[in-house]
Design a protein around this ligand. Sequence first.
Ligand code: NAD
Length: 322
Amino acid sequence: MTGTMTSDLPINLGPNQAHPNRGHGLRRDDGDNDGNSPVMTGKRPPAKNTKLPQLLRVITKTLTMKTVIVTGASSGIGQGIAIAFGELGANVIVNYHSDKKGATDTLKKIQEAGGQGYIHQADVSKESEAMELINKAIETYNGFDILINNAGIQMDNSFSKMTLDEWTGVIDTNLTGQFLCAREAIKHFEKKKQTDTCKGNIIFISSVHDLIPWAGHVNYASSKGGILMLMKSLALEVAPKKIRINAISPGAIATDINEEAWSDEKKKKELLKLIPYQRIGNVEDIGKAAVWLGSDDSDYVIGTTIYIDGGMTLYPGFVDNG
Ligand code: NAD
């Protein structure tokens, strides 16, 4: 815990309180600010929620001046993460693939909570679109601080029936899409002035299936297994440059991607057998961890995966087999 734990409101940072590495977003004294960004004209309004618990207030302080890109933020976990950052006063770029209404809803909730941002359509598996997503954020906010690599899909089939389209469709979005966005983010972070503190942060949204094999979902499990080593190898490569790379691996979180597994009571009962904590997760469970991992309070966390899964990775089949 830092000394700021004992500090009280207000939660917005004045110019002299800003963290030295936060040279993007709205700071005007970072040397690489050309002053052309539409958001550079004044002080950020403070995050509105002043009734946050003390720990969250500390995290808020470190996020209020940050700019975050969340891919696949029109629904589910991406939407939950985007809103969680928005609630803490960050600028949030809400990427979506095809659900413009979902993205607009996400942005509205961010704005109602005191954050700001914009929506951006891009298919992250397409190189030019991924590059445009990142570059527009850099132009708009004179840089950015955090990438949440969240977009992902499932196209399930038994192995012998799996088509090449089902294989490449999942790998292209889940693995190549995360690679492309991460590469563009790293190019930007590497250009930032070197300091003693973190100058860029990427959080990969993986899955418990980067660890747990999944029959009938070989393409999905392969994509998530790939993310594990992409994340770790990249973390090793860029840590000396003060760029932090980590992952969050959710277990069963109730979203569109797995609706058939939790909306049917019988299937839900089966699913709960795999979850020692005996509840299905929600997007807020992931959002809360993401804002901590995105904040300076997790500064020493590098190359780690946080499993948020109600204990799913504890081999629950062994609970009564001692
Ligand atoms: P979801 O279907 O609600 O969200 C996926 C999002 O990705 C959607 O908004 C979709 O439009 C977007 N997307 C898909 N292809 C895209 C592309 N090419 N470009 C840009 N965006 C694209 O499901 P979710 O559960 O919120 O999934 C989010 C992430 O969490 C995924 O990576 C998924 O693998 C991972 N995950 C989810 C669970 C779970 O239980 N829900 C568990 C483990 C991991």
